[in-house]
Design a protein around this ligand. Sequence first.
Ligand code: C2E
Ligand code: MG
Ligand code: MG
Ligand code: MG
Length: 292
Amino acid sequence: QAKERGKNGYHHYTSSMNIASYKLFMIERDLRSGIKDKELYLHYQPRVDAKTGKMISAEALIRWEHPIWGLISPGEFIPVAEQSDLILHIGEFVIDKACQTLSDWKRKGLPIVPISINISAKRFLKTDWINKLQITLDDYQLDPSFLEIEITETALIMHTEAVNTSLKLLKDIGIRVALDDFGTGYSSLTYLKQFPVDTLKIDRSFIKNLSESAQDQLITKSIITLAHGLNMRVVAEGVEEVDQLTFLQELNCDEIQGYLFSKPVSGREFEVLLQKQVLKPTKPPNKFGSFS
Ligand code: C2E
Ligand code: MG
Ligand code: MG
Ligand code: MG
């Protein structure tokens, strides 16, 4: 009997613990080789001007094509990668790939837009990566204004001091910063005053029921007012419906990102969107037809 109990008198659920840690181990191992074997690549999703549909930038979103499991979403493997130094490798991979893509677009004479990159909180613990980032930009002969860094609110509160140092360095170089998934973390409004952030991205959860929910309308409206009051741009994430777009236009939201304009697409497909320059909603306008 006693054998089955742990030190604190709790039962050890040995087998399920093993499966959980085995899964972690497997994903970590496969990710490591996946990076080497080029199973990871970037997709790009446009961000467009809310009033005109003109393309403003592209968000780089990582994809993993596992040889056995198929496509794995970043929501699955990024949290695993964050538990080890793998997330740092992924960060470097993404920065390099994004810069390579930008320089390809330039070489092809395409109407180039900045790319925004998601950077994990862990990366902000040290500032040496910014030096590397600058070197990568120089290698590809790119202007720093063509990169934007997206960090989540959680990053801000986790490592306030380190994050602030990194953000200031980024600002000095001329790389813009966006606060991702805004409204879902625990950041107090004090942080907005304290950190040099250029853009707020309203989390998808507030946009989802925007047309019906008076609460979500109020929250969205408040975030937009707040951001503009602080001289920041606002992006609405996850816009899928024309009604949502109409509402966001009325509220003077600056930019739209979501399936309504385009899902994240491959680099090749994105070049077609770049050539168009102005995107139209993929769904027909509602009866008020507010999209100009
Ligand atoms: P995120 O940065 O908030 O990215 C937006 C997510 O919303 C993406 O999911 C995108 O595909 C999805 N999305 C965009 N528009 C719509 C829409 O209209 N409807 C719906 N339902 N979804 C939409 P994805 O690509 O699965 O990425 C999930 C998260 O994984 C990202 O959230 C980001 O936090 C993380 N991530 C992605 N790529 C990277 C990366 O290169 N590095 C790091 N550290 N994290 C990444
Ligand atoms: Mg993002
Ligand atoms: Mg987001
Ligand atoms: Mg998100």
